[in-house]
Design a protein around this ligand. Structure first.
Ligand code: LMR
Length: 393
């Protein structure tokens, strides 16, 4: 049986992680996988997370199973964090999932179950694992144009022209903030226009929000999603705690489904059923940390303060890199880096140029020239700027 298996295509982001680790050069720079690093190159455990772990260690009395949907207090805290006042509890069904990826996977399964003929529309480009999971599950998908390669901004006219073709019941996958891989995001008036299009066509939005708090702020990053939630009857949200709580390996996320109050119980039961089919009970440790932090005013304030430091640090690096590139290139063609938000920007380099950055300069970017801003620091910004110009980007 097992001898019949064919090699699977490697995930390009994870393959790059392996290549970087194997590179013996001491001055190599990892701008690949989307993991935050501070100026010392460390992915720190946030202060509030450490404090919550201590509290949990002191107070936890059992490791018995939680519910299939996870801890209800976590689900409520996540709905509040993501949705704010935009939707009442009577419309919300939600489950804890293994990270944001787990939430996306469960959402895609839910779509396949509820509407097997629906097409999922994905931005071109999007996070490669969206495409890979949809393909794996056999869910029909279509791309919509999103990124203008020349200006490195959202091509909103093209996006709306493509989305004008959606049919009622199709699902449109949008990045809540900090678009991965481009860093180019919708403005609030553009979210408004998307909401109108959804209303007009009867399509259903699915929002992947993996970087809330990394773009313009915790509330600002959820504003587009909340606008859709307040206007549309149905919506799916895949939320991740990996980045904004820095608990990557704890696999903490939530799938939230907004629906009419009448079918809410069936939707909730279906989400729990899907958890049971795939992994049974969701991981609990990270979820409990998040619940403790969000429920304790002092810890919450400290978490928000540290998250804000992280966000402002990335914004400062964006400005420094844009300036260093302006100096090195003698032009402001890289000004878009300061406009983008979140961890990523797409530089707009060819695969050959990305390969040369790796080979000749030990600088690792994803092949589509996605750059992780949080992998940089004040020392490496000018090194990258000189290398970018040296390979002719
Ligand atoms: C990324 O895009 O680099 C992150 O979301 C990590 C991952 O799982 O790909």
């Amino acid at each position: 049986m097992l001898g019949s298996l064919k090699p699977q295509p490697a995930d390009k982001i994870l393959a790059l992680m392996g290549e970087f680790r194997a590179d013996p050069r001491k001055d190599k720079i990892d701008l690949g996988v989307g993991v935050y690093r501070n100026a010392e190159g460390v992915t720190p455990i946030m202060r509030a997370v450490k404090a919550a772990e201590k509290l949990l260690w002191e107070s936890e009395t059992t490791k018995t199973y939680t519910g299939l949907a996870g801890d209800p207090a976590f689900n409520a805290a996540m709905a509040d964090l993501v949705l704010g006042e935009a939707a009442g509890a009577e419309r919300i069904a939600s489950v804890a999932t293994p990270g944001g990826t787990g939430a996306c996977r469960q959402a895609f399964e839910l779509i396949r179950m509820a509407a097997p003929a629906a097409t999922v529309w994905v931005s071109d480009p999007t996070w490669p694992n969206h495409l890979s999971m949809l393909r794996h599950l056999g869910v029909p998908m279509r791309p919509y144009r999103y990124f203008d390669a020349d200006s490195r901004a959202v091509d909103f006219a093209a996006m709306m022209a493509d989305l004008a073709q959606v049919r009622a019941g199709d699902v449109v996958l949008l990045h809540g903030c900090c678009h991965n891989p481009t860093g180019a995001n919708l403005t609030l008036p553009e979210w408004q226009a998307v909401a109108e299009l959804m209303e007009r066509t009867g399509a259903i939005p699915m929002i992947d929000i993996a970087y809330q708090g990394f773009g313009d702020g915790l509330e600002e990053d959820a504003a587009g999603l909340r606008l859709l939630a307040a206007r549309l009857p149905e919506m799916l949200i895949a939320a991740s705690c990996s980045k904004n709580f820095g608990i990557y390996r704890e696999r903490t996320g939530a799938l939230i489904a907004l629906c009419d109050p009448a079918p809410r119980e069936v939707v909730q039961g279906t989400l729990a059923h899907l958890n049971r089919q795939n992994f049974s009970f969701p991981p609990d440790h990270g979820a409990r940390l998040v619940t403790i932090i969000l429920g304790d005013p002092a810890l919450r304030a400290d978490w928000q303060a540290e998250l804000e430091e992280v966000r402002l640090g990335m914004l400062a690096l964006r400005r420094q890199l844009a300036e260093a590139l302006q100096e090195a290139a003698g032009s402001d063609r890289f000004g878009f880096i300061a406009q983008h938000r979140g961890m990523f920007s797409r530089l707009g380099a060819t695969p050959e140029q990305v390969e040369r950055l790796k080979r000749e300069h030990g600088i690792y970017l994803v092949g589509d020239s996605r750059l992780n801003i949080a992998g940089l620091n004040a020392r490496t910004v000018p090194i990258l700027a000189r290398a970018v110009v040296a390979v002719g980007i």
